[in-house]
Design a protein around this ligand. Structure first.
Ligand SMILES: [Zn+2]
Length: 380
């Protein structure tokens, strides 16, 4: 299902064939937490900004509106009117970061909803059942994401449990995909590598899960407070132990510079809330760094956010107009900034794919990073 088309150094140019179409990699997945991209971006906008994969959150949709509601509406694709690939996370990350009063047991996690305090249990089987109800293209295995400051002993025990949970996820997914009334019987399952900042634990775990034959492999638990250098060190250590002939996904990362560095280390799937979150605050990306459109110097600036950008904001509107909208708290200001930022990321991935195909990735990365450094794009 995954075809490695070309390698340039360690950088991978691939294609993942799914029941909802082909994903060209490296790819940046656009985050729509509760089945919508924050900033009033509709699925009808996504074609125009070059979105290949939409990402939704299992935990959020389970809590509200409920995965049973989504299932009754025919699955996420029908519900949000999007016929291309959707990836759902396992819910694990939110359970560990958002929910209150958790208790982790071998069978799964007991926690209370962050919306109404209701007691919920989620284990590997429940996560697979919820994602099957959502009928996403790619489901993520249920894992624990241990804190980056957790002790070595804690992390080792947690990772061992995550491996046992992966076996249960795989079995449950196979069962669900074989049922008559399952909406997407071709749902794919990605495993998640954990191990905090302990290289040896991560490498052992990568080797173990690589043998379990999943559809793709993610690296989780990074970009949670460690330095960028630490993250690159972990990638250098772990990626070579994940199967080359399967997609490699770095979860929750990151800045354009982080993506350029991770592609260079063999990662080809990404997702991050930065472009939409920054856009909602009037912070927009350009090839010369990031701009804050609230800045007074844009008051009479009739240029688009970025000259030559083909996004819906830059094709029509000036920095001065968008600045006015933001200051007047008009929702359109936020929306235009988010559309531009997502287009910027998606377009950069297109350039990355082309550079790898042409065997000039190192050169492309260098030029791109030099451009960003004129501004301050490395800063979150
Ligand atoms: Zn633009």
């Amino acid at each position: 299902m995954y075809k490695l088309i070309k390698q340039d150094g360690k950088a991978k140019r691939g294609e993942l064939h799914t029941v909802h179409g082909v994903i060209q990699t490296p790819v940046f997945m656009n985050v729509g937490t509760a089945a919508a991209i924050k900033g009033a971006v509709a699925t009808t906008d996504l074609q125009e900004i070059g979105t290949q994969v939409e990402l939704s959150n299992t935990y959020h949709l389970h809590v509200r509106p409920g995965d049973d509601v989504v299932r009754k509406m025919g699955g996420l694709h029908k519900f949000m009117v999007w016929d291309k690939p959707i990836l759902t996370d396992s819910g694990g990350f939110q359970v560990f970061s958002l929910a209150g009063l958790r208790k982790i047991k071998e069978e799964g996690v007991y926690f209370s909803s962050h919306i109404d305090g209701r007691k919920i249990f989620m284990g590997p089987e429940e996560s697979m059942q919820i994602q099957s109800n959502l009928a996403s293209t790619i489901a993520m295995a249920f894992d624990e994401c241990p804190s980056s400051v957790a002790s070595r002993e804690y992390v080792q025990n947690s990772v061992d449990r995550t491996t046992r949970w992966l076996a249960r996820c795989k079995e449950e997914m196979a069962r669900l995909n074989s049922l008559e009334d399952t909406i997407n019987k071709d749902q794919l399952l990605f495993a998640i590598n954990q191990g905090a900042i302990y290289e040896d634990i991560r490498i052992e775990h990568a080797k173990t899960i690589a043998q379990m034959d999943l559809d793709g492999y993610a690296i989780g638990g990074l970009a949670v407070g460690e330095t960028h250098e630490e993250m690159y060190r972990i990638l250098d250590a772990v990626v070579p132990h994940l199967p080359l002939e399967k997609p490699t996904y770095l979860m929750g990362v990151g800045t354009p510079a982080n993506i350029l560095e991770a592609v260079d280390r063999g990662v080809d799937f990404f997702d991050c809330v930065y472009p939409s979150r920054n856009g909602r605050h009037g912070h927009v990306y350009t090839n010369q760094g990031k701009l804050n459109l609230f800045n007074a110097k844009f008051e009479l600036d009739d240029k688009p956010i970025e000259e030559g950008c083909q996004c819906p904001a830059c094709r029509h509107y000036s920095r001065a107009y968008i600045r006015h909208l933001l200051k007047a708290k008009e929702m359109l200001g936020m929306r235009l900034c988010v559309l531009h930022n997502l287009y910027f990321y998606n377009h950069m991935m297109e350039e990355i794919r082309e550079a790898i195909e042409q065997g000039r990735y190192a050169e492309y990365k260098k030029a791109k990073l030099e451009g960003f450094e004129q501004g301050n794009i490395k800063i979150r």
